[in-house]
Design a protein around this ligand. Structure first.
Ligand SMILES: CC(C)(COP(=O)(O)OP(=O)(O)OC[C@H]1O[C@@H](n2cnc3c(N)ncnc32)[C@H](O)[C@@H]1OP(=O)(O)O)[C@@H](O)C(=O)NCCC(=O)NCCS
Length: 161
């Protein structure tokens, strides 16, 4: 990714036109073999379709980070979950990805800060996310250093389909 103006990066709500950049980010991270197996235009069309509800800003929501030339270099998505038993909703951070070419420039932190601002505006009780322990971000304590608390007492379950 050509990105020379990182000091001036900014955050804005995502729109469907960001699909191309999001595909680039996911491919560059190399963790999405199923997406990479698609033709580029199919992958973009799929993300565009999926982005539609996100761009309405209710739930889920998505923000992108871009440099001063408008190049999108990272994004975050949040699903806002209402519970009956909790005082306020929970924001589930479902995706946080920064292009590997610009990792370590504060973009991921800035996207997370945006989520916290939005969560407070929505009167949320808490945020949550899943971070695999073999990920670089976990090993480097990315979330722990930013005030997130690991729930040692909770088991995370999936039911594969
Ligand atoms: C984790 C991630 C979102 C951080 O964004 P970033 O813009 O690189 O992070 P910032 O510059 O704001 O903060 C720097 C911190 O990010 C982490 N980080 C930096 N480069 C990283 C990399 N290549 N991979 C993973 N984490 C990295 C470290 O914790 C670093 O702090 P440290 O230097 O004290 O170790 C980003 O690197 C990324 O998308 N990684 C790959 C995908 C991923 O693991 N996403 C999280 C899914 S839950």
């Amino acid at each position: 990714v050509e990105c020379l103006n990182l000091r001036d990066f900014a955050i804005r709500p995502a729109c469907v036109q960001d699909a191309d950049a999001i595909v680039d980010i996911l491919k560059a991270l190399g963790q999405y073999r199923r997406l990479s197996a698609l033709q580029p235009e199919e992958a973009i069309a799929r993300i565009r379709r999926r982005l539609r509800p996100y761009s309405r800003g209710v739930s889920p929501s998505a923000h992108v980070a871009h440099d001063s030339a408008g190049t999108v270099v990272g994004y975050v998505t949040v699903h806002w979950l209402a519970y009956l038993f909790m005082p306020g909703p929970e924001g589930y951070v479902s995706e946080l990805f920064v292009h590997p070419g610009v990792a370590g420039h504060g973009i991921g932190s800035r996207l997370l800060e945006e989520v916290i601002v939005e969560a407070k505006a929505r009167s949320c009780t808490r945020l949550s996310l899943l971070n695999m322990r073999d990920r670089e971000s976990y090993k480097r304590g990315f979330y722990a250093k930013r005030g997130w608390q690991e729930r040692a007492d909770a088991a995370n379950w999936i039911y594969p389909l």
